[in-house]
Design a protein around this ligand. Structure first.
Ligand code: XUL
Length: 535
């Protein structure tokens, strides 16, 4: 790795399926990337896609110690590649949103006492009061959502207060469930962290605040004041405010790396840690979304659609408003689909033997609009629209239920259904793109991009760098470091002046776009058959 006088910035992304690192230099060039895959690299934790789905099909957790072991492995790999840790001046990071990490009484001391002669895993095996962290795929808290919405005055009140109505995966509802079902676990907990703030805690060797942007995904924070809402805390669990600690703006410096990292890996003592945030907020930072009409579509494990709004209107039905991680004066709006890449990949495996090339070839044999056939592929509980009971439904052009489609038709039906759902539900919360920035694994796939482009009727761009969350974290490390040095907020655009432009990959076919606009009406009607009319 070349030496860099202006210092290096490290972004770390603790996602559902793995842990990634991206290092940039002061000119914003990516100089190093490394990754750990949980299933393949840490098979002893027996995860599938990084998670354990429990017997009820609704409870989904990940072993927190696996994340600790992954940090050891990632840093060892980077060290093995000769990574210049001593030149890193600031680190920030990203975590899958909503997941909670339960740190046991005494954990603060354990973190503070880290010793560079042993691995994190060796020293932190007793760190957790609850070892299985509930994550964003968990849909087991419908009862707690209902109870908390009732206590707070209804879905719209909760949305107005926290940015979203109560959602099963949102941390407040997960915490309420733990309090109700596992009181001993709750009581032996010193700190409840988010996945993002936990990763930062590992680096600092102590507790750090939750950042306002990821904090918006908890149904606990007052979105306007960016402080915990007392009413929301009170209807969740006793003594919760103390267990959660503070909230910080996302560009705040929250500490310096612990001596452990200096001794074991050669980090400098002054290397700063900037608040970690959620993966979607970090992607927003990585894709530098700022202009109205610039909307990102992230095609990863979950599919998400997001953009910046200055006057958001939180909805009692769907979508989320979060604090913007790079501009405290504005907000980000987002919609999430759980049946994203994994659902598409399962279809690819079923029909195209796991090959994207064959998948594209099969898509090429069908026409846009799929001869009027429409399908819904809810393989795991869906967030948008809320369909908690998995089901697959296929409809012909007359709206009649059909048992199956030919393979090619089935493949196109999944892609079209996923993208039409994005247009329908994104629009419901004010996400109306003038251009789309596509990111995430599936965005490499041109036939999928073509469907996005024609469904929305706007040009599609891609970032050269696929890992927008870890890149965004590296950008945010630079941003936070510059704000800290200046002693005041520095506009994000100033930090990122000179970042490489995005590449336009296609323009829409407006005739096909009109056809999709007509198809959307039918889609909405059919969707009601699955939701019973709920959005
Ligand atoms: C966002 C969400 C997912 C996770 C996945 O609300 O639940 O996108 O952040 O990483």
């Amino acid at each position: 790795m070349k030496s860099n006088k202006g210092g290096l910035f490290l972004g770390i992304d603790l996602s559902t399926q793995g842990l990634k690192a991206t290092i940039i230099d002061s000119g914003l060039n990516v100089v190093c990337e490394k990754a750990v895959n949980f299933d393949a690299d840490l098979p002893e934790f027996k995860t599938k896609g990084g998670v354990h789905v429990h017997k009820d099909g609704l409870t989904v957790t990940s072993p927190a110690l696996m994340w600790v072991a992954a940090m050891d492995l990632l840093l060892d790999r980077m060290k093995g590649e000769g990574c210049s840790f001593n030149e890193i001046v600031a680190i920030s990071g990203s975590g899958q949103q909503h997941g909670s990490v339960w740190l046991a009484n005494g954990a603060r001391k354990m973190l503070a006492g880290l010793d560079g002669r042993k691995s994190l895993r060796e020293q932190l095996s007793d760190l957790f009061s609850i070892g299985d962290s509930p994550i964003w795929m968990d849909a087991s808290t419908t009862q707690q959502c209902k109870e908390r919405e009732k206590a707070l005055g209804g879905a719209q009140t909760v949305a107005d207060l926290t940015g979203s109505r109560a959602y099963e995966r949102f941390t407040g509802n997960q915490i309420a469930k733990i309090w109700q079902k596992n009181k001993a676990g709750y009581e032996s907990t010193e700190r409840v962290a988010l996945v993002s703030s936990f990763a930062a805690s590992l680096l600092v060797g102590g507790y750090v605040p939750i950042d306002a942007s990821d904090g918006s995904g908890m149904n606990l924070m007052d979105l306007k004041t960016k402080k915990w809402s007392k009413a929301a805390l009170d209807c969740t669990a006793p003594g919760l405010g103390e267990k959660l600690g503070d909230i910080a703006l996302s560009h705040s410096v929250v500490g310096r790396v612990h001596k452990f990292y200096c001794d074991r890996y050669g980090f400098g003592r002054d290397c700063q840690v900037v608040a970690f945030s959620g993966d979607n907020p970090n992607s927003l930072a990585g894709l530098r979304l700022g202009a109205a009409g610039d909307i990102a579509i992230s095609l990863g494990t979950s599919y998400t659609m997001f953009g910046v709004l200055s006057k958001p209107a939180p909805s009692a039905h769907e979508g989320h408003i979060f604090a913007n991680p790079v501009d405290p004066a504005t907000y980000m709006a987002m919609v999430v689909w759980q049946n994203g890449a994994l659902t598409l990949e399962r279809m690819r495996d079923k029909y195209a033997g796991g090959s994207w090339a064959k998948f594209q070839e099969m898509m090429g044999k069908t026409r846009a609009g799929n001869e009027g056939n429409i399908g819904f592929y809810i393989e795991t509980p869906e967030i948008t629209p809320p369909i908690l009971k998995p089901c697959v439904r296929r409809f012909d052009i007359k709206g009649g239920d059909v048992a199956g489609f030919p393979p090619e038709t089935d493949l196109r039906a999944v892609v079209e259904s996923q993208m039409i759902s994005m247009r329908v539900h994104g629009c419901n919360i004010g996400l109306e793109p003038e251009r789309i920035l596509a990111t995430g694994g599936v965005s490499q796939n041109k036939t999928v991009l073509k469907v996005i482009c024609d469904v929305f009727g706007v040009p599609v761009y891609v970032a050269k760098q696929a890992n927008s969350a870890s890149l965004g974290a590296a950008y945010r490390a630079k941003h936070g470091w510059e704000c800290g040095n200046a002693g005041k907020f520095v506009p994000y655009a100033v930090t990122l002046a000179g970042a490489p432009p995005f590449t336009k990959v296609m323009d829409p076919d407006l005739e096909i776009n009109r056809m999709y606009s007509d198809m959307i009406m039918r889609y909405r009607e059919l969707e009601k058959k699955l939701t019973g009319g709920k959005e």
